[in-house]
Ligand binder design. Structure first.
Ligand code: SF4
Length: 777
């Protein structure tokens, strides 16, 4: 069939992406027949490199592949933020290709410190990071990758506004990339090595996810927002509950949500460890595409549905689940019964309904003074979010009340900033004393120089509309209790300056002694006229690749260093390894490779490795960032790792559950590998991190019996049994550890489990995925 629209209302030829999607989907249908599919499956399976091989790899095909088959996928594009793009591009450069085989973009958002306000902070940020931005810009020009300069916006907001269209599959080198699932894409957060695979055209491998259906009914009440859906869900599922799942929202309640609201819920799916999250294409999606000046994309999506309908029932691709599609798990949420939630501190799954928050604060003896309220970020800076906050600010202004806590606003992109400026929303915030930060991550990722100068170690409470709240994440102060809420709750509570204030039930007192109660927040889903593009200097630089451009890296740079390939796996099992440190408690990617001030070394592996595991808790002593050498001498963990690297002493780490939770940060895998780690043994891993380890040639093993964690300690000598054989057999076979106790010389055998696929076994044997890819080019 000619690939043109059959709709009576719309005409025209559909773009090539939909032709590919249609052809692949037809193949999926040929293999699966009339089996009912979820929306996530339709899009995901239509991006398989080899549909038949993947879908039939688990005998019965279809639903039975979930959680079992290894899918080999061909994503449509790759989006990279500046911190992770450095390593991704350094890796891409070693593959010697003239340009990526799929479109890609670079977003300069993570390196700007938020402090005094957008203009000043941006100038300072550019001066400090010029070298890195020059590198990224020159690499963008050389390889024809879109370059969004500092100040242009935060990756997920920019992607949502510019690149996300229904039916796409994207990879993003950031764990909150699933934000774009709000616009009916499959977007997965990955490390740089995965991004490089997609950029060079190698199929990208993913264990077929299970599907967790979230059926929404009802309609949100006045003070409740889509953020509360995910804050509530995070509490129900915990930080590990979504591991191995795609979260797919459906049901009548979906139709009541705004598009940015859906994106917010998808964004924070990362907090439950989900592979990604997705919403169907709704009228709100259509309105958002038009508001962001993409009327054609809206027409294309609708025409595509109509086109596929014309080809018969089996190939009818609607951007929602088939009637009767099965979910592996099902959760129902009645939006009408949901109340605002506040999650934290220190973990996003400690979810507390607003009505119980005051009691909890008092019982837990958390600080009652709120020192700062921060709204915006990639999670919550939509027009709707900001205008709802504006209505609260205006009401307080009229009553003569100012925020009692510091109040910061981070627009997600230049587009949203310029639109909010045009419509006077930002001016309202500033008039109230709010500080508008640059269109960048800032305090969300530890890039925050606080105005109140609270000394490190001082307990204090802050409330943000961000997505993540690990200890120390925002200001580097381990005693800052960081709570997450919707922007409207953050704003109202910033006015009260109190963690015990409930804006729905409580009142403030105006300067003239009157009682003031906040009105219910009211905002506009989108601007009445389409979004502004904003200032010229913040527009994207795109172009054709130019091989004559020199990629800018100074040999004396402290920020950037070309990569040396890692050594290959020996032709035998590993022996003579020592346990560098046995870690207890949470060990997130922030623990393994801290952000904040370390972000500046993202492109310099030796320098950033100085932070390796520097907030990990030693299981034997309870000390933070302490490891003991075999002679009993005390060191920081990275110091000892460096010494062992110099001595040629390979090592391993022992840890507890969900090791590597949090982000796609591949440095958390690269650094231990660079310093000499060969295996990591844990009670369980976070998905992205486990994959990242294998890509860098580190073997992730889990205890077959988790109590065996107690049998192995720091300093013990370890040899693997069966590991080499397993790798040679493409991931088939069992691996155990022979542990010789440091103190007694006693030998214990510990059984382990692994999830090494055939391809991953190849990476590990080659030394890293990159070694293998570089060989292929
Ligand atoms: Fe930036 Fe924070 Fe969003 Fe990550 S979660 S992209 S650090 S704003």
């Amino acid at each position: 069939r000619s690939f043109s629209s059959t709709s009576s209302n719309n005409t025209g030829v559909l773009p090539p992406r939909y032709e590919t999607l249609y052809n692949k989907y037809s193949e999926v249908r040929r293999v699966l027949g009339s089996q009912r599919l979820t929306l996530a499956e339709k899009i995901l399976y239509s991006h398989l490199d080899n549909v038949e091989e993947s879908l039939l790899s688990n005998t019965n095909g279809g639903r039975d592949i979930r959680g079992k088959a290894n899918l080999k996928l061909k994503p449509d594009r790759v989006n990279m933020q500046d911190a992770s793009a450095q390593m991704a591009l350094l890796q891409f450069m070693t593959c010697n290709l003239p340009q990526p085989v799929i479109p890609a973009s670079i977003h300069c958002d993570h390196l700007i410190v938020g402090s005094k306000g957008a203009d000043e902070d941006l100038k300072a940020g550019i001066a400090t990071n010029n070298e890195v931005f020059d590198f990224l810009e020159s690499a963008g020009k050389k390889y024809g990758i879109d370059f969004w300069p500092p100040g242009a916006g935060i990756i997920h907001q920019t992607v949502l506004e510019n690149y996300a269209v229904p039916g796409l599959m994207m990879l993003g080198t950031d764990s909150h990339s699933p934000n774009a699932g709000g616009l009916t894409t499959i977007t997965i957060g990955v490390g740089g090595a995965d991004a490089v695979e997609a950029l060079v055209g190698a199929p990208w491998e993913l264990k077929a996810p299970k599907i967790l259906g979230v059926r929404l009914t009802g309609k949100l009440n006045d003070w409740v927002s889509a953020k509360d859906v995910i804050l509530h869900l995070t509490g129900r599922l915990t930080v590990r509950g979504g591991t191995g799942y795609i979260v797919e929202y459906f049901g009548p309640g979906v139709e009541t949500l705004s598009l940015p609201g859906m994106a917010t819920a998808c964004n924070m799916g990362a907090e439950i460890g989900a592979t990604t999250s997705i919403f169907p294409f709704t009228e709100a999606s259509s309105r958002y595409l038009k508001a962001t000046n993409r009327e054609q994309a809206d027409k294309d999506a609708k025409n595509f549905e109509n086109f596929s309908k014309g080809s018969g029932q089996d190939s009818f691709f609607k951007f929602k689940a088939d009637e009767g599609a099965q979910y592996d798990e099902l959760i129902e949420i009645d939006l009408s019964k949901l109340e605002p939630h506040i999650n934290g501190p220190f973990t996003p799954d400690l979810s507390i309904p607003l009505s119980e928050f005051k009691k909890t604060v008092q019982e837990q003896k958390w600080p009652e003074k709120l020192s700062a309220g921060l709204i915006g970020s990639c999670t919550n800076s939509s027009y709707e979010d900001m205008t709802r906050c504006e209505s609260i600010v205006k009401a307080a202004e009229q009553a003569g009340i100012k925020p009692a806590a510091d109040f910061y606003i981070t627009p997600g992109s230049e587009g949203i900033r310029a639109t909010l400026e045009r419509d006077n929303t930002l001016q309202t915030f500033e008039k109230a004393g709010g500080i508008v930060l640059s269109n960048a991550c800032g305090p969300c990722i530890g890039q925050w120089k606080r105005q109140d100068d609270i000394p490190k170690g001082t307990p204090n409470a802050i409330l943000t509309s961000y997505n993540r709240n690990f200890r120390g994440r925002n200001d580097g102060n381990l005693e800052t209790m960081n709570f997450l809420a919707s922007p409207e709750i953050v704003t109202a509570m910033a006015y009260a300056g109190s963690t015990t204030f409930n804006p729905i039930t409580d009142s403030l007192t105006t300067p003239d002694g009157k009682e003031f109660k906040f009105p219910t927040p009211k905002g506009l889903e989108g601007p009445e006229t389409p979004f502004e593009a904003g200032r010229e200097v913040f527009q994207v630089q795109s172009g054709t690749p130019n091989p004559n451009v020199e990629v800018a890296i100074s040999p004396s740079s402290e920020r950037l260093a070309l990569l040396e390939p890692f050594e290959t796996f020996p032709d035998s099992d590993l022996s003579g390894l020592r346990v560098l440190v046995k870690v207890t408690g949470k060990c997130t990617t922030d623990t393994i490779s801290a952000a904040g001030p370390w972000l500046k070394y993202k492109g310099h592996l030796p320098n950033i490795s100085e932070n390796t595991l520097n907030t990990a808790v030693n299981a034997a002593t309870g000390e933070v960032n302490v490891a003991y050498d075999l002679d009993g001498s005390k060191h920081t963990i990275p110091e000892l790792a460096k010494q062992w690297k110099q001595r040629g002493q390979p090592w391993l780490v022992v840890a507890e559950h969900n090791y590597g939770e949090g982000s796609a940060r591949e440095h958390a895998a690269l650094q231990p590998r660079y310093l000499g780690a060969r295996i990591i043994v844990t009670k369980s891993f976070a998905r992205i991190h486990e994959t990242n380890l294998k890509k860098q040639g580190v073997v992730p093993l889990t205890f077959a019996n988790e109590n065996d964690y107690d049998l192995i300690d720091a300093g013990d000598e370890v040899a693997t049994v069966g590991l080499y054989e397993m790798l040679k057999n493409g991931g088939q076979g069992e691996v155990s550890l022979r542990v010789t106790k440091k103190d007694t010389g006693k030998v214990v055998e510990i059984k382990t489990k692994h999830a090494v696929s055939k391809d991953q076994a190849g990476f590990i044997l080659a030394g890293s995925a990159l070694n293998l890819l570089a060989k292929g080019n």
